[in-house]
Design a protein around this ligand. Structure first.
Ligand code: UD1
Length: 493
């Protein structure tokens, strides 16, 4: 915590007791924040911010938890350079967030290494976890995050935070399992069509939970004695539901079987961390996961797997711009379904130790067809980037999106930049054009936003990407990483 920021807030409102009255806290609490190592709790940080009209912001009060506010909300990219050099891949966002939620399962410290600490999603989830009782310290230098939920202080995850990030529904399973009750707002997140959480809720009900939907909240209680093991057969493969129920099952009574479970590397990573914490889990990476509940989980240290989506994004960037990138600290085996069509398109991709070297030698890649599927199929989170790469292909390619409805939001923007794309239902045909032209563009989800960056990297002239909020949710240091390999990219007001 920054004591100077707190002192500034006290000065603005006219004294310590005035601040106390405004945020409904006694003097003793404020004294402790100033004179001891005790941090201002998240809910008080927000009250202080409101009391001083934002003149002291949450980041100044708790820089270890809240992201740095960026008044700059646009990105400017000037296209036309080949990408050459090294990019260090961050820890996987979609594994990191689930691990953070798993910290609720134990009263001992859970230490995560290789964390994408500067991602907005990580900061946002911290804002949800802290009021629940998780003490969080994040170190950007070492990429280590320590989470310690000594006791559960609240069971409510409020709308204000949950609406911004769908993954926050993943506090539901752990809270119910350890604390036997939870109230979680129904989530928001990327605008990818209707994204229900019915599978999460049905699974928890099968484990004995009582669930009511009231005022936009999921209100859930476990039966006396806690959740019970259940045999759950998912009608469709869901990453989030598999994770939520796997976490819940670790502390349930008896055995839980998850059939038609998702097999994503992030789920395997989460399961492996849970096993280190004392959970009994078999079948990770297969579609049948068996979990035998234990009484208690303990703390552990775990290193987050590399981000396969970030890796794949930079591979597509090479396919589009040309050049040669060494993607450091990442894994090719997570990306088989992407590598095959990239190689077919004419790219050269090799694993060298912990690095992947990717290059495009010829002038253009060839048009290829892809279809998104649950893992080990091609990730829907790489579809927008692959499509952007195909805009300049030799011939044409077809993309079928089978996971999410409404995931072609990047198409009109790419067309505005000169791409030739026709959408029919859940398929798009991309006919290669000679070049893209820079434009003002906007994107409404994370992967569509990065697709705009890729398009800008190859387009003639200047591309201004508005509303880069989503990019900061999921791509760590993207400006710095791309600048280091030759791109002309900057944040602007
Ligand atoms: C996760 C990833 C996201 C990725 C997606 C698919 C995180 C934080 N996000 O999202 O980046 O795009 O997997 O790989 O890890 N569904 C239901 N009912 C449910 C749950 C899901 O009908 O209760 C549907 C969804 O609407 C969607 C499909 O199942 O059509 C797959 O969704 P799911 O795998 O659950 O995605 P997320 O876990 O939300």
């Amino acid at each position: 915590m920054s004591i100077e920021a707190l002192e500034k807030a006290i000065e603005i409102v006219g004294g310590q007791s005035a601040l106390g009255r405004l945020i409904d806290r006694d003097q003793k609490a404020i004294w402790a924040w100033i004179n001891t190592t005790q941090k201002v709790p998240a809910e008080d940080v927000l009250k202080i911010e409101a009391a001083v009209d934002g003149k002291v912001n949450r980041y100044e009060l708790r820089p270890d938890v809240y992201p740095k506010p960026t008044p700059m909300d646009k990105m400017r990219v000037v296209g036309g350079v080949k990408l050459n050099g090294n990019i260090k891949i961050s820890g996987a966002k979609n594994a990191a967030l689930k691990h953070m939620c798993a910290s609720l399962l134990t009263d001992e410290p859970f230490i995560l290494e290789n964390m994408p600490v500067s991602l907005r999603d990580v900061a946002m989830l911290s804002q949800i976890l802290e009021p629940l009782g998780v003490d969080i310290t994040a170190d950007k230098e070492t990429a280590i995050v320590k989470l310690h939920a000594k006791e559960i202080k609240s069971h409510i995850a409020p709308y204000e935070f949950v609406r911004k990030m769908r993954a926050s529904i993943l506090v539901l399973g752990p809270l119910l399992a350890r604390h036997h009750k939870a109230e979680v707002s129904l989530p928001g997140g990327c605008a990818l069509g209707a994204r229900p959480v019915d599978l999460h809720l049905k699974g928890l009900e099968a484990m004995g939970a009582m669930i009511n939907l009231e005022g936009g909240y999921v209100k859930a209680t476990a039966p006396d004695g806690g959740l019970k093991g259940a045999d759950i057969n998912f009608p469709l493969v869901s990453v989030g539901a598999t994770e939520n129920l796997m976490m819940a099952a670790t502390l349930a009574k008896g055995e839980t079987v998850l059939r038609n479970a998702a097999r994503e590397p992030e789920i395997v990573d989460q399961g492996e961390a849970l096993i280190k914490m004392g959970a009994k889990i078999e079948g990770l990476g297969t579609s049948e996961i068996r979990i035998t509940g234990v009484k208690k989980l303990h703390g552990t240290t775990h290193s987050v797997i590399p981000d396969r989506i970030e890796t794949g994004t930079y591979m597509c960037a090479v396919g589009l711009c040309g050049g040669e990138l060494r993607l450091q600290n990442t894994r090719l085996d997570f990306l088989s379904a992407l590598i095959a069509p990239l190689k077919e398109a004419g790219m050269i991709i090799e694993q060298e130790g912990d690095d992947i070297v990717v290059k495009r030698n010829q002038a253009k890649i060839k048009g290829v067809d892809i279809m998104t599927e649950a893992y080990p199929g091609l990730a829907t989170d790489l579809q927008a980037q692959f499509m952007t790469m195909l805009t300049l292909c030799d011939g044409a390619g077809m993309i079928s999106e089978t996971i999410f409805e409404n995931r072609f939001m990047h198409v009109p923007e790419l067309v505005r930049m000169g791409a030739n794309i026709t959408v029919k239902g859940n398929s798009a045909i991309i006919r290669g054009v000679d070049g893209l032209k820079g434009a003002q563009v906007m994107a409404t989800d994370l992967r569509a936003s990065v697709a705009m960056v890729l398009a800008g990297l190859v387009a003639e002239g200047e591309t201004i990407i508005n509303r880069i909020y989503h990019l900061d949710r999921g791509y760590e240091n993207i400006v710095e990483k791309l600048t280091a390999v030759g791109a002309q990219i900057e944040r602007i007001k």
